[in-house]
Unconditional design. Structure first.
Length: 296
């Protein structure tokens, strides 16, 4: 077995994203190492050299993110299947701390790639599954970031991601359609729910939690923490109005934020912590062990 984990750290002029790309082929036997090196560099360039918006980003303003593509099978020389872990971070005002924005696993990664082929992308058509995947998550990451600086600020980017999903409805690859995942946990539901008005309280939470909560905590710790405790009620609203199986966006939030929330409320403020624990116990019971530190 040939096991390869490749890393790219290339200093290139980039636009909105500063995305590290990793390809893991540990589960694939007899692979050609060169094609993965070429593919990884091509993906890195595609994500980081393209202007995804009309806005100007300074070098230090680029959105930090990671994509780990785990290739689990290679049915043919130019066919690849696996999973992809997508992560992004955002700096917190007045500190050196970066908060996790997204920590999402896509289990439906399928694409064709011929070594040295250009990664072409057209927003208005289904070019190929690989570039559609990459563009979808580029827009989603940027949209999520924009939502934290202004209320519903990422809508235009989410709409672009939705157009990609719409264009891929005739694709044979999974992850783009409503019926591809029985648990409603794929790209189709991710973007549809993000643009559904019933889920706007989650987007309001993302804005208030970051801009009015975390960004304030360096100067006004107590006020920032109090804001976040109130913001959790927005997630509770969604939980109560859309119970399982419509919980994907809530899961996305807690996959990114559960550790951070536990740390924010780890200091002893009994009345406030009790309210937070009651809400978290209801809407995120799967992370109950993490929240035990709030009781102390």
């Amino acid at each position: 077995m040939i096991a390869i984990i490749l890393f790219v750290h290339i200093s290139l002029h980039s636009q909105e994203l500063n995305c590290n790309v990793q390809i893991n082929t540990q589960q694939v036997q007899g692979t050609n190492k060169q094609i993965y090196q070429t593919l990884q560099t091509a993906i890195y360039d595609f994500l980081n050299s393209r202007a995804w918006t009309t806005h100007v980003f300074r070098q230090e303003e680029r959105i930090e993110c990671n994509m780990l593509i785990n290739i689990t099978s290679q049915p043919a020389a130019d066919q690849f299947q696996g999973t992809m872990q997508i992560q992004s971070r955002r700096p917190v005002f007045g500190s050196s701390y970066n908060t996790v924005m997204l920590n999402y696993m896509d289990n439906y990664i399928q694409f064709n790639y011929v070594e040295f082929q250009p990664l072409d992308f057209n927003e208005s058509s289904n070019t190929n599954n690989l570039t559609s995947l990459l563009a979808f998550y580029a827009y989603f990451i940027i949209g999520l970031d924009y939502d934290t600086y202004s209320l519903l600020g990422g809508s235009e980017l989410f709409q672009k991601a939705e157009v990609i999903d719409d264009n891929m409805q005739s694709a044979s690859e999974k992850g783009w359609k409503a019926f591809d995942d029985k648990s409603n946990k794929d790209r189709y539901w991710l973007i549809k729910n993000m643009l559904d008005k019933n889920y706007e309280p989650i987007r309001e939470f993302n804005y208030k939690y970051h801009r009015l909560g975390l960004d304030m905590m360096d100067a006004k710790t107590t006020e920032g923490r109090a804001e976040i405790s109130e913001d959790l009620k927005l997630l509770q609203t969604v939980y109560r109005s859309k119970p399982d199986p419509y919980m994907l966006l809530l899961q996305v939030v807690f996959d990114a934020k559960s550790d951070e929330i536990a740390n924010i409320f780890s200091e002893p403020f009994p009345a406030e912590n009790a309210r937070v624990l009651n809400i978290l116990g209801e809407i995120d019971p799967s992370n109950a062990r993490k929240y035990e530190k709030i009781k102390k």
